[in-house]
Design a binder for this molecule. Structure first.
Ligand code: ADP
Length: 372
């Protein structure tokens, strides 16, 4: 069974929805049809079998397929205003645009609305306690993908590719997008790697794509999934390969193994990473204190923290010289302190400065150098 040793930071989040989710993992490829949704669903089912609480956010507004792939026995509900309870399908919590639109209606959603919808899904779904939330990314590397990457509190991304060279081009673009916003690539999964006929493997789409991407990005190749009609069949009928008697055992083993590797990779990262165990702060105070997950406790004066604000309004990006503000009053306070992903906090000061993101390492550095 999964153990939840990880403690969530007990301070104000930019939204309330992921407060109790340990790991948010983007499943992405940069293109469609490579099996992102199929892989997301089967990894979710495999992790659930290992005792984890799992959810899937289907972020593909134009071609949502998660609802169809999961056994349907529930729909989302709005228990409080603007607070959605996800559907619970075979124990997996899920949300998708398909619950809010008639099946036959084409997905004609203008980009700004699509962005608002995604932000709504990120901020207003009550996932409860989750170990893993998979975000099934839409194809492409545009605005929606960037919104998800920036606002989705991602622990990391798992890239899905097929073996051929042309698939790699799009995956590389998607990897670039994640790197630009400092989201680690946890690993690669190669789907549709081969087709098995008895003992013989046929490499219909060539070989080596997944391995090449993993080498290029210094991350593991979590596994290779064969083309198997049974996978497509289960996806079409909303059945779990783990519950079907006729499921090929090798297929089940492959998904279980990949799921275990992903769990190990994020659990390991989580222990290694510097993080906040507790942040104590009151709006009327000019200081806040942090207890780090290595148990060090430190007090921070908000005035000193703002003096070292790293935002573009305070520091010239080209020269690195501090440009503003000239004076900061001793009694500057914070209106909001919110977490940013799993690596930092953002502070909105009463002085008006609100853009600075303080990486945990930077806060520790400020203390070490006695700058605050
Ligand atoms: P994406 O989310 O990347 O658009 P999907 O998961 O919807 O891709 O998969 C596209 C189609 O390919 C679906 O019909 C799915 O059932 C099928 N499929 C995906 N992976 C496999 C596989 N390994 N073997 C057989 N069919 C697969």
């Amino acid at each position: 069974m999964a153990l939840s040793l990880y403690q969530k930071p007990k301070f104000e989040q930019s939204d309330g929805s992921f407060t109790n989710t340990r790991f948010v993992i983007g499943i992405a490829a940069g293109k469609g049809g490579v099996g992102k949704s199929t892989v997301a669903v089967n990894l979710a089912l495999a992790l659930q079998l290992q005792g984890y609480q799992v959810g899937i956010l289907d972020a593909d507004l134009y071609g949502p397929s998660i609802r169809k792939m999961l056994p349907e026995n529930d729909i989302p509900t709005e228990r409080e205003k603007n607070r959605l309870q996800p559907a619970l399908c075979n124990g997996i919590k899920t949300i998708s645009i398909s619950y809010f639109r008639k099946k036959e209606h084409a997905a004609t959603i203008r980009a700004p609305i699509a962005n608002q919808l995604i932000t709504y899904f990120i901020n207003n779904v009550d996932w409860g306690e989750l170990d893993f939330l998979f975000i099934d990314f839409p194809p492409g590397t545009g605005d929606i993908q960037l919104t998800l990457a920036q606002k989705g509190h991602l622990t990391g991304a798992v890239m899905i590719t097929t073996p051929q060279e042309v698939a790699l081009l799009d995956v590389r673009k998607a990897i670039e997008l994640f790197k630009q916003v400092n989201i680690p690539i946890l690993g690669i999964i190669e789907n549709m790697s081969y087709f098995e006929e008895g003992e013989k493997k046929h490499y219909l789409f060539g070989q080596g794509g997944g391995r090449l991407l993993s080498t290029e990005n210094h991350c593991p190749l979590f596994g290779q999934i064969p083309i198997h009609p049974f996978l497509g069949l289960c996806a079409d009928q909303g059945q779990s390969i783990f519950a079907e008697e006729k499921s090929p055992p090798t297929l089940i083993e492959i998904f279980k193994e990949i799921a275990s590797q992903i769990a190990k990779s994020v659990e390991g990262e989580d222990k290694k990473n510097l993080g906040i165990f507790e942040l104590i702060w009151e709006k009327s105070n000019t200081v806040f204190s942090i207890e780090w997950n290595d148990h060090l406790s430190q007090n921070f004066s908000l005035c000193d923290v703002q003096r070292n604000c790293p935002c573009a309004n305070c520091v010239d990006e080209n020269t690195g010289k501090r440009i503003a503000p000239a004076t900061i009053h001793e009694d500057v306070r914070a209106i909001v302190i919110r977490n940013v992903g799993r690596y930092g906090i953002q502070i909105q000061f009463t002085s008006g400065c609100s853009k600075g993101i303080y990486h945990f390492d930077y806060l520790r550095f400020l203390k070490e150098k006695k700058l605050c």
